[in-house]
Design a protein. Structure first.
Length: 291
């Protein structure tokens, strides 16, 4: 007898997971999302999936519901409806980085290992027992979108392998070690504001973790300046927040080292590579203090 599977998700992470499963031939009966024209809705429309806006109705029409980046707490009475429950695919190795921003936290903290976890949902946030995990070794300096996609595809593969075993009763969920739980927070616009008294390596992590939103930003003469691509240079020093030119490259001093700017966007203008910026605006930032 066919297992009726539905999908809940909203952002790109969920969309990548969903498309990975659909490309592998997994039949999804219904989907639900929190935002009109969300990435998940676009993928669902592409594959002609049926939408069910009521969570209760969706749960009643399903044997199992897979959740990936849905963005809303699901009531306990709804979680109990499908015979095989709600399975959540979370982009961290639980119990670490429970909550809404695990990928951002991974980049900000400079972790070398991350991964994805598939767990059986209960009424608490990212708290339920674990069905399976897959680790991912971080070998490069990822910006958020690329790491998000890598983990989503990894998660889709993990769900593809795990769900049949769960359906057949071949997996026993394992309780998380709640004493080791750590939490990620809701990201706010102000989190992206750069403090130039930090070390350049930490500021670079902000640039990568907060791209594309809220972005790592600062101000120059009351104009908003977003830094969209940069790298830490601990071998080059400068006064914190002061912009300087060296070897035809643009830097901003930090507490330790400096930040080499590669792409920026000044308020009211398009994003531009520093090489092009310097050709058109050679003295508009040099010597100024950002803050």
């Amino acid at each position: 007898m066919k297992t009726r599977i539905s999908f809940l998700g909203t952002p790109l992470f969920g969309a990548f997971v969903l498309e990975t499963l659909l490309k592998k031939g997994v039949e999804i009966d219904y989907f639900s999302t929190l935002e009109k024209d969300s990435p998940v809705e676009k993928v669902s429309s592409k594959y002609l999936l049926k939408e069910e806006k009521s969570l209760e109705e969706l749960a009643e029409k399903s044997d199992l519901v897979l959740v990936a980046g849905y963005g809303k707490i699901i009531p306990k009475n709804v979680l109990e409806i499908p015979p095989l429950g709600f399975l959540n695919l979370h982009p961290s190795l639980l119990p670490f980085y429970r909550g809404p921003s695990p990928i951002t936290s991974t980049i900000l903290n400079g972790d070398k290992i991350t991964g994805v976890t598939l767990f059986l949902m209960d009424e608490k946030m990212d708290h339920g027992p674990i069905l399976s995990k897959e680790t991912f070794e971080i070998k490069e300096k990822y910006y958020y979108p690329k790491l998000e996609k890598r983990l989503a595809i990894l998660g889709g593969d993990l769900a593809f392998k795990t769900i049949p075993l769960w359906v057949e009763g071949k997996i026993s969920p394992k309780e998380q070690d709640h004493s080791k739980a750590t939490y990620s927070k809701i990201i706010k616009k102000e989190d992206g504001k750069i403090n130039w008294e930090k070390e350049s390596s930490q500021i670079e992590k902000m640039v990568r973790a907060y791209y594309p939103w809220p972005g790592a930003f600062t101000f120059t003469e009351n104009k908003y300046l977003k830094i969209t691509e940069a790298k830490s240079r601990e071998d080059i020093s400068g006064l914190p927040g002061k912009v300087f030119l060296k070897d035809k490259k643009l830097f901003v001093g930090a507490k330790k080292g400096s930040l080499e700017l590669e792409k920026i966007q000044i308020e009211g203008k398009k994003e531009v590579k520093i090489h092009d910026f310097l050709q058109g605006n050679p003295h508009s930032l040099i010597g100024k203090r950002l803050g």
